[in-house]
Design a protein around this ligand. Structure first.
Ligand code: PNS
Length: 162
């Protein structure tokens, strides 16, 4: 049984994230999407909200399970007995960031490995930060986040505007 782990902040979950999860789920038996709570990042959505958004966005994929963690990715990697972590890359700078993280994680746990999936061309400019920026000005985010969570994300960003 092949298990992959897709960790991230997902603040909020985007169409790019969904596409990586969908493709990763095709090359393994079980995919864990792990909502990580990074103290170092200023997150807009709570852990529960990010879990909720990921679950709503991925409900059609039976071999995907959404979990969350306040710890290190290597610990989730160990706990889930994953064969590898999967991450999407949009650009050269993403690649450099992923290579650095992989190196650090391998120092913590030598069995750690990562599979990098290049993102789809049409999703390469979408990021959680852009969604927050556009949405906070009332712009249309419907092509950036999965359909089931458009209203959810808009509501939260609207609250921030008031
Ligand atoms: O979607 P992101 O924000 O690029 O994801 C980054 C994430 C969550 C994968 C990374 O920050 C992470 O692994 N955080 C958990 C804490 C940890 O393990 N830190 C060491 C990473 S080298």
């Amino acid at each position: 049984m092949t298990t992959l782990l897709f960790p991230g902040s997902f603040d909020p979950f985007t169409r790019g994230h969904r596409d990586i999860a969908r493709r990763a789920a095709r090359i393994c038996d079980k995919l864990y999407v792990a909502i990580m709570n990074n103290d170092s990042k200023k997150l807009l959505f709570t852990s529960e909200e990010r879990v909720d958004m990921a679950r709503k966005s991925l409900s059609e994929y039976p071999n995907i399970e959404v979990i969350s963690s306040d710890g290190l990715t290597v610990d989730v990697f160990r706990e889930t007995k994953a064969n590898a972590v999967v991450r999407g890359i949009r650009s050269e700078s993403d690649f450099r960031y992923e290579a650095e993280m992989a190196l650090a994680n391998r120092l913590l746990y030598p069995e750690y490995d990562v599979v990098l999936l290049p993102c789809r061309d049409d999703l390469s400019l979408i990021s959680s930060s852009i969604v927050k920026e556009v949405g906070s000005y009332g712009g249309d985010i419907s092509k950036m986040v999965p359909a089931p969570i458009v209203d959810y994300v808009n509501e939260k960003l609207k609250k921030g505007r008031n």
